[in-house]
Unconditional design. Sequence first.
Length: 185
Amino acid sequence: MRFLLLMLSFTLALSGCVATTTPAPQQLGADGLPLPRLYRISNSDRGRIPYDVLDAVNTLRAASGAAPVVLDSQLTAAAATHSRDMANQNRPWHFGSDGSSPIDRIARVGYPGTLIGENISETYETEVQTLGAWMDQDDTRRVLLSKDATDMGFAWHQETNGKIWWTLIMGDRNTIPARPDSLLQ
């Protein structure tokens, strides 16, 4: 009996040592609405995110009757360069700080096909929320669902304050880009 009482006392003492956490209260903005939680991309997420986006894009493409695309390392390199450049310029736009266009950037990385389109975003949102925002706009949805696309590049740059600069590039490997000198007659 003494052993049982000792064990019960020990168990009660240990239960008092368990750390309890209460969730931090949701912060509210000036409008009284909850502020979004800061989305930080961890090192362990870096390898997963491009393939999660690829899977989501291909699911959307299948629903629209378009063939799947593959993740292309050259387009991803061009997307990564542009995401960092947008952050350095502190503005989301399709031209690089050196005046380069998306066509220039995919040529620089040696992509052998043509550009279908480039979607960009400056946000604190996740890749899934960003993809949803692109699907809500006619022009960016058209890039994602283009039946001509065969390849996709996807990258981002996250600033220390949490802001993320997303870039998605769609290309067509089956069409050789026109060379400027071939346009001259």
